[in-house]
Design a binder for this molecule. Structure first.
Ligand SMILES: [Zn+2]
Length: 158
């Protein structure tokens, strides 16, 4: 996964994490995530107008004037819908996203936190291939929580 995410360096690379989760009763009622498939995505961050719906265009116009693909990523919402449909057919779900910080730390940046619209898993790999996993809340007052263990089992479709 880290090689794929860093293949777009110096730009950020991104992917969707697909799989399932189960609530563990002990020790602390935590979640166990099982990543079954990593869905590579194009980073569509642009300072130009993107052919998306009106809501997204106004969002992109407001936010995308800051930064570039070198320190930002944006997933195509159409690609997210395709991934969700595909995952549902397998009784899986989109657990979150993965992306690279070729020039930074493997922790969520301020812009990552600004862009969070729903809670979920976020894996970040940096240029030194340090991989860290985070749980992001959609409550802006709740800081990202680093996850200690990830069970990964990439599914290969025949
Ligand atoms: Zn980031």
């Amino acid at each position: 996964m880290s090689a794929d995410l860093l293949s777009t360096s110096p730009d950020e690379g991104c992917a969707l994490l697909i799989g399932d989760k189960e609530k563990l009763i002990s020790p602390n009622s935590t979640w166990k995530f099982c990543i079954r498939f990593i869905w590579p995505c194009c980073n569509i961050w642009s300072n130009q107008k993107i052919n998306l719906n009106d809501w997204n265009n106004s969002f992109v116009e407001q936010v995308c004037k800051k930064g570039s693909k070198r320190n930002r990523f944006l997933l195509d919402p159409r690609e997210q819908i395709y991934a969700q449909k595909w995952a549902r057919q397998k009784n899986w779900e989109v657990l979150g996203t993965a992306h690279s910080h070729p020039h930074g730390e493997s922790k969520p940046s301020d812009s990552d936190l600004d862009m969070v619209s729903s809670e979920g898993l976020m894996i970040i790999v940096n240029g030194a291939q340090s991989i860290r996993a985070w749980w992001l809340s959609n409550d802006p007052l709740t800081p990202p929580q680093e996850l200690k263990y990830i069970i990964s089992d990439q599914y290969i479709e025949n």
